[in-house]
Design a protein around this ligand. Sequence first.
Ligand code: AMP
Ligand code: ZN
Length: 119
Amino acid sequence: MTGVIQPDCLFCRIASGEIPAKLVHDDDLVVAFNDINARAPTHILLIPREHLTSAADLTEDHAPMLGRLFAVAAGIARDRGLADQGYRLVSNVGRAAGQSVDHLHWHLMGGRTFTWPPG
Ligand code: AMP
Ligand code: ZN
């Protein structure tokens, strides 16, 4: 399901400020905040303000938001000194991939070594 805001969606409610989160960045298109259950020394979630269920809902019309989101992610990684050692930027799509919150998000994870492929 897509739409500007879904009132019963956890990440829509974080984006609107209704549910508190440790914000790392927010602007008119994108919000970034610390993952509540960090799986790496740096574990940040980046979301569009617009409600999209997953990357499966993206179209070319989302290009401005996606440009912003990836630029913000790169900036955060640079600011935190992760760019040289490397980091992971990943979006799970659907249950089989491990998606548990149905609002499009990317995990920005860094500060440790990751294996590939993920489990
Ligand atoms: P995924 O499993 O890929 O859908 O990722 C969802 C992520 O959201 C998980 O890493 C959770 O730890 C994280 N999460 C769930 N609830 C919250 C919350 N209230 N604040 C911050 N992160 C959350
Ligand atoms: Zn949402």
